[in-house]
Ligand binder design. Structure first.
Ligand SMILES: [Cu+2]
Length: 175
């Protein structure tokens, strides 16, 4: 299947989901390999490195359900999610805020063939295993979901709670 670049770009622009491409590097002569993953800080963390994985979490996907549905993480952990599709249909696991996942899911209903890939998502065919390595460097309550049209709406959603790391300064809550 072809990626509908023009459509997804237009959608991304319309939804404000796109951040302007970084045209200029800080180091003009520092050429990166074309395949390098751009690590973009998200509200729910940032792409992690295999080298810094602190824990592996296995998740099973079946029709309209993740097991486990709740994952507790400590801020600073880099998790390797090993995502097994034990169902019959294609499923995916996408990490995000509820707001972003809601918006993304709505787009997937309108444009079910839209394809995309980000370090916080993994599409896994029936019987296969996928992987996400993600660093949870921001505390908060996040979701993960299968955004394939109909699946999100059927409740294929889970929760990730990232507990704040202990702070050395104790004036939390004062501004
Ligand atoms: Cu699904």
């Amino acid at each position: 299947m072809k990626t509908l670049k023009s459509i997804s770009l237009a959608l991304a622009l319309a939804s404000g989901a796109i951040t302007p491409a970084v045209a200029h590097s800080d180091k003009p002569h520092d050429k990166k390999p074309a395949a390098a993953v751009v690590k973009e800080q998200k509200a729910w963390g940032i792409a992690g490195d295999a080298k810094t994985v602190t824990r592996t979490v296995a998740i099973s996907m079946k029709e309209m359900r993740f097991t486990p549905e709740k994952i507790d993480v400590k801020q600073g952990e880099t998790i390797r999610f090993v995502i097994k599709n034990e169902g019959k249909l294609l499923h995916e696991l996408v990490i995000g805020t509820k707001k972003e996942l809601d918006e993304h899911a709505a787009m997937m209903v309108k444009f079910p063939t839209m394809e995309h890939d980000e370090p916080y998502m993994s599409h896994v065919s029936s019987g296969k295993t996928g992987e996400i390595i993600w660093t949870f460097n921001r505390p908060g309550n996040f979701d993960f979901a299968c955004l394939i049209a109909g699946h999100y709406q059927a409740g294929m959603v889970g929760k990730i709670t990232v507990a704040a790391a202990e702070k050395s300064h104790g004036d939390h809550g004062k501004h």
